[in-house]
Design a protein around this ligand. Structure first.
Ligand code: ZN
Length: 420
């Protein structure tokens, strides 16, 4: 893409007050008593959030499209109908005790950018779009970043559509419900080419706030591997079964957990190793545990470390199984992502032109941009969040920081949508 100096000079000032108001309106959908948000992916509340965005889009004359995995796109047309769009966006689903900004900020920043560009009467050569990627959080349907994962070809469509939540409702049924709620949406082809993708998100960490900076230009996303371990012993009477006759799944699982924590301990503290689920079955006081299930979430910026340490999970568990049997299942991996070139360069140019205090920053959390970067030029913009707190009902962000993030998105969209 070559730079058009005339188009480059033109951008639109976003409306920070409107952006904040839209955040408050969205936060009412699925609001929790403690001031957070609970919007499971394509549940009733999340579909309501999609429908609200669709209403705002129609008021503007923007067009709507939905793909087969339930990603939704709001489009402002460009002057050339035959070129790929420049897209910005994030997700509208939340963790069960989620906050008001994780995900939805990236959607609303993109939509505010479209509105501001529209208000300013700026024509772009390429269409510009605000996207909601389906099921980023992975708390209703596993795995997360499902919408962008299927769009980019990392996850299979059929398997993803067949995935069910705890009540047995499938992704396919949820996507059908979304399409009914937005009946005027066109069909978007999965994997349809995107000229460039840029995602705004709250940092979900303390670095920007601590440094008094407003924008993080994201250089990459660390990779992750996720495992489910099942240790199978034998249920027995707690009063009559001698130690030598027990197949105690809990005792052996604890030995595995301790060994894993030792292996995953690194002096530089870059390894992120979490056992967040641990279930003892049947879970009765007077019964020797017959089964234990636990999860492993392992993240690191370097692929070599992900390979090396991740490959030790199964042998370590096997070596601590004595009387019990152990099985180790792994979910599809997310390799580390490096953002470089077109999009990060445009972000840094926009930030410097606006004079915001900023830094380059690496993302510890997964994001949809990581999937999209597999196929398309991509990048991310972080804004500070209070105390780095996220996946928490107390999650908070300053209106002025959100406005700065949306401004960078608007400037990047105008810039990139006027390149060949
Ligand atoms: Zn998020």
């Amino acid at each position: 893409m070559s730079r058009d100096p005339i188009a480059r000079a033109q951008s639109a000032d976003i409306n920070g007050e409107r952006l904040w108001r839209r955040h408050l309106e969205m936060a009412r959908i699925g609001a929790t008593a403690k001031g957070g948000v609970n919007r499971p992916a394509l549940g009733e509340k999340d579909i309501e959030a999609h429908a609200l965005l669709a209403t705002w889009a129609r008021e503007r004359g923007f067009s709507l499209a939905i793909d087969d995995i339930g990603d939704m796109f709001v489009r402002r047309q460009g002057t050339d109908a035959h070129v790929e769009p420049v897209v910005s966006g994030s997700h509208s689903d939340t963790q069960p005790t989620g906050g008001r900004f994780d995900g939805i900020f990236g959607v609303l920043a993109a939509f505010e950018a479209l509105e501001a560009i529209d208000d300013a009467g700026i024509e772009t050569k390429r269409p510009i779009e605000a996207a909601i990627w389906n099921n980023e959080e992975g708390s209703r349907f596993v795995p997360g970043t499902m919408g962008s994962g299927v769009y980019s070809g990392r996850l299979a469509l059929a398997d993803s559509l067949a995935t069910a939540d705890r009540e047995g409702a499938t992704v396919a049924e949820a996507v059908a419900a979304l399409k009914r709620a937005v009946p005027d949406a066109d069909v978007r082809a999965l994997g349809a080419p995107i000229a460039a993708f840029v995602e705004a998100h709250i940092e979900q960490g303390p670095v920007l706030e601590d440094a008094g900076e407003v924008i993080g230009a994201v250089t990459g996303i660390q990779g992750s591997r996720k495992f489910y371990i099942e240790v199978k012993g034998e249920e027995a009477h707690a009063g009559t079964t001698a130690r030598r006759h027990r197949k105690d799944a809990f005792v052996e699982a604890v030995a595995m957990v301790n060994a894993l924590h030792e292996i995953f301990h690194d002096a530089e503290d870059l390894v992120r190793f979490t056992i967040g689920q641990f279930e003892i079955l049947p879970g009765a006081r007077a019964v020797v545990p017959g089964k234990v299930k636990f999860s492993i979430d392992f993240r690191h910026p370097e692929i070599a470390v992900l390979d090396d340490l991740g490959d030790k999970v199964e042998p370590t568990c096997l070596s601590h199984a004595r009387a019990c049997e152990v099985t180790v299942d792994e979910l599809p991996r997310s390799p580390p992502v490096a953002f470089s070139g077109l999009v990060p360069d445009a972000i840094e140019a926009a930030v410097q032109a606006r004079g915001y205090p900023w830094r380059r920053i690496f993302s510890g959390a997964l994001h949809d941009a990581g999937n999209l970067a597999r196929l398309f030029p991509a990048g991310m913009v972080f804004v500070p969040c209070e105390r780095g707190l996220s996946h928490n009902e107390a999650e908070n962000a300053k209106p002025s920081d959100l406005a700065a993030g949306a401004q960078v998105i608007a400037d990047v969209l105008v810039d990139l949508a006027n390149r060949d």
